[in-house]
Design a protein around this ligand. Sequence first.
Ligand SMILES: Nc1nc2c(c(=O)[nH]1)N[C@H]1C(S)=C(S)[C@@H](COP(=O)(O)O)O[C@H]1N2
Ligand SMILES: [Mo]
Length: 333
Amino acid sequence: MLKPRRKPSWELPESALTDEQAYLNRRRFLAALGLGSISAGALALGGRNLIERAAAQDAPELAKLSAKRNAAYAVAERSQTAAPAPMRYNNFYEFTTNKEAVWELAQGFSLDPYALRVSGMVEKPGAIPLETVEQLGLEERIYRFRCVEAWSMTVPWIGVPLRKLLEHVGVKPGAKYVSFVSFYDPKQAPGQRTQTWYKWPYYEALRLDEAMSDLTLLVTGIYGRRLPPQNGAPLRLIVPWKYGFKSAKSIVQLKVTDKKPPTFWHDSQPKEYSWLSNVEPEVPHPRWSQARERHLTKKGAAGLSFEELETLPYNGYAQQVAKLYPGAGKKKK
Ligand SMILES: Nc1nc2c(c(=O)[nH]1)N[C@H]1C(S)=C(S)[C@@H](COP(=O)(O)O)O[C@H]1N2
Ligand SMILES: [Mo]
């Protein structure tokens, strides 16, 4: 997943660009000329729908979403990342691998009319509207979030513990895992068209005991507002003691099963991304150390700012989850 640091796309010759990068370059160029709203027809370029859509949605005002803060989940040893930084630095390969370009490419993305399809070993399978999920009990929690690439952030999410949804649908005896599938819509997601070597749609999974942990959230909001597309609208998973890729975005399907489900990154590079992928600072990734992280602090006029921090075992949630992994840390080393 970690790629060599690239030149920003607007410094590259057009010949080196993907469709999306070329499109973003043109938008920057037009914005600089004050022509941000020039008609797409006048440009006669590829990515025309994107241009029209982005022109209409340059400053989407995200709808407010309020929920009572659960003070049990404050983060003491580091400060909260200031908005909008977490909405301007994203991993969402369905759009692009360029983290600073995701937000712009994802403007206008929508899964409406949305419902989460629940199937497998449950008493009440079916399609669950977003409102029904939220009525199970929205709360706000500040969580650490650690990407496997060694960057991190601290964010106030709004969501419902996944356990409440599993109790709502009734898990059948013998179930052992929960799997999650993200959306598939290449028309809206340029990365699904161009990165054909990945097995879209994105899929992830947890053991049932992990899914039932009080920490595991189904998230619909961030910073007191509805999730923007780039952070996984309208509904995503957040599993704060695991590397960020376990927290699948824009989920459309949830399945309860007794067989270990495959997962996207583990399937693609099993030696680099384990199935469990708990945050373990003492276990290096094959290509870099996991002992420290670049913590996103803010986005200012000059760009994104980071501070270097120590990575904590289970990302600071050992007290809550170490008991789920009784053998961990006692083997080898
Ligand atoms: N569907 C989907 N979910 C995804 C990803 C993705 O590419 N597609 N990237 C993952 C990775 S690697 C990280 S670090 C987080 C990033 O979430 P954020 O952009 O809200 O910070 O989303 C995770 N969930
Ligand atoms: Mo990540």
